[in-house]
Design a binder for this molecule. Structure first.
Ligand SMILES: [Zn+2]
Length: 569
């Protein structure tokens, strides 16, 4: 967690105009700056950056945000990475809340050394095992590829690692996941009679192992190191270290399910493959891969387990994709896995199959949801929309989100405006409206008007009593959330307030309101309008209180309520 006060002081130091101008050259236009939008195709500029509000907004596609949001969207960075990039630019150092403590650093160094020695041992042992060599040869692997992936062999037997480490009883061995201590206190090697696949991190250090049984071997087929201080399955990918260059050259990465698939693909010239480590594809995996390339192909077996795994990958991908990324799914014929397919048809056959058969993420999403509903009946259509909404809502890439909504609307023959109402999508985001249309403000509730004014001039919050905000509509709830933030941090400016709102339930509404005040001039005197709105709010809250009291019969009213009613009247 990065401390909020750091984010605030970071935003006070950087200038969004500068941040964006380095990437998208801006031109001065009145009080603001403009450019053709980097997030959608356009010929005349509707992408606007406000130096006073430190916020950008595109009147064409509705994209908007702070300097942090811009870097996330534009450069495909994670929230934390965007903050780090901005901090670098501002010459600030992001404080780490988890300061590495010397004991843990030492422990990690010890673990790495243990893993390195185990890897060397397993590699040595491979040279002496005719059975393991025969197995790899049968799989079509050369000595060269085995060396490239550091393949090894853990011999049969219970305590072979005794020959490698002076102290077999050293607690660091179980901690590294190499030795198991059973309930009776007996110790034995985790990996026995298995071909060993070292798992390396991005620096090339061995952090874990996968062991695969050979033909006719026992269960399980694949055995991984347990989670250790070095190794977290959900964030590591087998083969990424070796594949980095090939991924860059090919402009794409394939994600497969097994280590043997990765090695076999590489053997046949498809060197841009990686594998998850016995877990489903996680958001961390996807984020990591998108840092290397824009195109990810998830390759699964054609069976129902493959379909389930694909769906999980899709769910984790939706919040991660940007408008420049291309994610797709490849299902192999049921009798094949990538290893067997590439061995039978070679690189060209595999790549030709891929070129023909990859299903884009959007198509896969619609296909999966559509086949669960009867789209010829109105009930089926409405259930289809209901199932789609939470999925599409996760897509933050504005262009893709737009295309998905458009396609959903087409499939059930409603128009975009109807869909926007149903899904409560803010219209500027929902449709690429003409700039003129998007700029015309929608009639806003009193709470919404106040929300805009407070965002424009956060100091106004001090004059707004929360007693007046009893309604339960969305705008009022958002306003209450913003007031709560400002009670804690009274000195925030617009951009800081929006950034602080990022972690709130109504983050989207807060940001949207930021976009709605883009046109407001910096020296705009809000006070008369603000007072009027507060007055209106007071009247409405009075009226609704009167209604409540008037609905009771006179006998049911307490003395106090009678007095109150009199006063109200
Ligand atoms: Zn745009």
């Amino acid at each position: 967690m990065i401390p909020q006060d750091f984010i605030q002081s970071l935003l006070s130091r950087v200038d969004i105009v500068d941040v964006i101008d380095r990437r998208v050259p801006l031109k001065k236009a009145g009080a603001n700056y403009q450019a053709c939008c980097p997030f959608h195709n356009e010929k005349s500029p509707s992408f606007t950056v406000s130096p006073t509000k430190q916020f950008y907004h595109c009147f064409g596609c509705g994209a908007h945000g702070t300097a942090i949001g811009f870097l996330m969207e534009y450069a495909g960075l994670s929230y934390v990475d965007a903050i780090k990039a901005l901090a670098d630019q501002a010459g600030m150092v992001v404080p780490e809340s988890a300061v590495p403590n010397p004991v843990r650093v030492q422990q990690a160094a010890g673990l790495l050394e243990v893993m390195r020695r185990a890897e060397q041992y397993y590699r040595q042992q491979l040279k002496h095992s005719a059975a393991a060599i025969a197995y790899l040869k049968k799989r079509g692997l050369t000595g060269e590829i085995a060396a490239r992936f550091g393949l090894g062999y853990a011999p049969d037997g219970w305590q072979n690692l005794e020959a490698v480490f002076e102290q077999y009883a050293d607690p660091i061995l179980p901690e590294a996941g190499l030795v198991i201590v059973n309930d009776a206190g007996q110790r034995y090697d985790r990996f026995r009679d298995r071909v060993m696949f070292p798992i390396v991190n991005q620096k090339g250090d061995v952090i874990g192992f996968g062991g695969r049984v050979m033909d006719g071997g026992g269960e399980p087929k694949y055995l991984n190191s347990p989670e250790t201080p070095l190794f977290q399955k959900g964030s590591e990918l087998y083969g990424l270290f070796q594949a980095r260059r090939a991924i860059r050259d090919a402009g794409r990465v394939i994600v497969v399910e097994g280590y043997m698939d990765v090695v076999a693909l590489a053997q046949h010239g498809v060197e841009y493959a990686v594998a998850t480590l016995g877990t489903a594809t996680t958001a961390v995996h996807i984020q990591k891969l998108l840092r290397h390339t824009d195109e990810i192909v998830f390759c699964f077996d054609g069976d129902s387990a493959g379909q389930r795994a694909a769906w999980r990958a899709l769910e984790h991908s939706l919040p991660m994709v940007s408008d420049s990324s291309r994610l797709g799914f490849l299902f192999l014929p049921e009798t094949h896995d990538p290893d067997s397919y590439v061995r039978e048809f070679g690189r060209d056959g595999f790549e030709a199959f891929m070129a023909q058969s990859v299903v884009p993420l959007s198509a896969y999403l619609f296909k999966q949801i559509a086949q669960q509903h009867d789209l010829t009946a109105d009930e089926g259509k409405s259930a289809f929309l209901k199932a789609l909404q939470p999925l599409i809502a996760q897509v933050v890439a504005p262009g893709l989100a737009l295309m998905l909504r458009k396609r959903a609307a087409e499939l059930v023959q409603v128009d975009m405006a109807e869909l926007a109402v149903l899904w409560n999508v803010k219209t500027t985001r929902a449709a690429v409206a003409s700039p003129a249309r998007a700029r015309r403000p929608a009639p806003a509730s009193i709470s919404r008007q106040l929300l805009r004014m407070v965002l424009f001039s956060p100091a106004l919050a001090q004059q707004l009593s929360e007693d007046l905000l009893q309604q339960s509509d969305n705008d009022t709830q958002t306003l209450r959330e913003v007031l709560a933030i400002l009670r804690e941090y009274p000195h925030l400016d617009t951009a800081m307030l929006i950034e602080q709102g990022r972690h709130q339930a109504h983050a989207v509404d807060i940001e949207q309101c930021g976009a709605e005040i883009m046109d407001w001039e910096a020296d705009f005197d809000l006070l008369p309008e603000f007072n009027l709105a507060v007055e209106q709010l007071r009247t409405t809250s009075k009226q609704s209180r009167m209604q409540v009291l008037a609905q009771k019969s006179l006998r049911d009213l307490t003395e106090e309520e009678k007095k109150e009613l009199q006063q109200l009247r």
